[in-house]
Design a protein around this ligand. Structure first.
Ligand code: AMP
Length: 307
């Protein structure tokens, strides 16, 4: 059975309800969203674990209970008595969503203080999945600790999957961000970037440029997502193009990329060929964007791992 470890930050999410001033509390975060979809899609075929740091307070317990209930393994999650979960609040104004974050001191920021903890979490795993947000919340020292642990994981045969998920607000300077992203990509076997962000921060002139840049840094497979636009894929077979599903009424693009990654990886893990995995990712994301919120149960129902 394949074992996947997703590494990153899961936050408390406060999403507005109809009555002004009322919110529904949930848990979300880019790597958690992918873990959630992977666990749903793969069921008994895989074990999906989450690796992060949380507090020892009741809300941290609640998050661990949530993960357990969703069949995501929590055994190696670190507990910090002096910290708690980060939080974000979604505000709706004239139909537009905006996000406010309280995550500067979150427990997750300490997830990579010890290389030993990361090695323990990755022991026996087949795939490690992380993102640009995972590395953005770490100090430079801890980021290097994570990179070293991932490098050891890779040397011992583990496969590394990385979504650059560029978030300049989480970095001191854009240069720090682009440098750290390329350092992380260099360790990765599969890189799953989104073109719009890559064009803005790396100056790529086309999705092909993005695919080539990551391929030249050693990624065996690069899938460049591009919203409703054509995806560009770089693999052993060279560059190929894939049209995503057409969506007539997009409701909310939250977690489009995260769910694409899960749909893609689930199919890839199940042994599907690359183009079927891409189609499966696009199919899942196309359903997710027709619902509000990050974790969409309805989008998973009836999903086939093959494209
Ligand atoms: P993004 O990260 O925005 O490039 O989106 C990730 C993936 O979600 C894309 O590769 C598509 O498969 C899917 N997706 C996002 N937005 C749309 C859309 N408006 N219509 C169809 N698919 C979409």
């Amino acid at each position: 059975m394949t074992r996947i470890v997703c590494i990153g930050e899961s936050m408390v999410e406060m999403a507005p309800l109809e009555t002004p001033g009322t919110y529904r509390m949930g848990f979300a975060g880019d790597t958690l969203n992918t873990a959630w979809y992977l666990a749903k899609l793969l069921g008994d075929r895989a074990r999906v674990d989450y690796f992060t740091a949380v507090g020892t307070d009741p809300v941290s317990d609640q998050m661990l209970d949530f993960l357990t209930q969703e069949a995501i393994g929590t055994a190696n999650i670190l507990r910090r008595s002096d910290r708690t979960l980060g939080l974000y609040m979604i505000q709706l104004q004239n139909g537009e969503r905006s996000f406010s974050y309280w995550r500067g001191q979150s427990a997750a920021r300490t997830l990579a203080q010890s290389g030993q903890d990361i090695a323990t979490a990755l022991r026996g795993a087949d795939i490690a999945y992380f993102s640009g947000i995972t590395i953005a919340i770490l100090s430079q020292h801890d980021r290097e600790t994570l990179m070293t642990a991932l490098e050891e994981f890779s040397t011992s045969g583990g496969e590394i999957v990385f979504d650059p998920n560029l978030r300049p607000k989480l970095w001191t300077t854009p240069q720090d961000m682009t440098q750290a992203i390329m350092d992380a990509a260099r360790l990765s076997d599969i890189v799953l970037p989104s073109y719009e962000d890559e064009a803005t921060w790396f100056g790529d002139q086309s999705p092909e440029d993005t695919a080539r840049r990551y391929a030249q840094h050693g990624a065996g497979i690069v899938v460049v997502k591009n919203g409703p636009g054509e995806m560009i894929v770089h693999s052993d077979a060279g560059l190929s193009r894939h049209q995503p599903e057409k969506v007539s009424a997009v409701i909310d693009t939250t977690a489009a990329g995260d769910s694409f990654n899960a749909g893609f990886l689930a199919s890839y893990i199940a042994g599907g060929p690359l183009d079927q995995a891409i189609a499966a990712g696009a199919r899942l994301a196309a359903r997710v964007v027709t619902y509000r919120g990050a974790l969409v149960e309805e989008a998973v129902l009836g999903h086939e791992l093959a494209g």
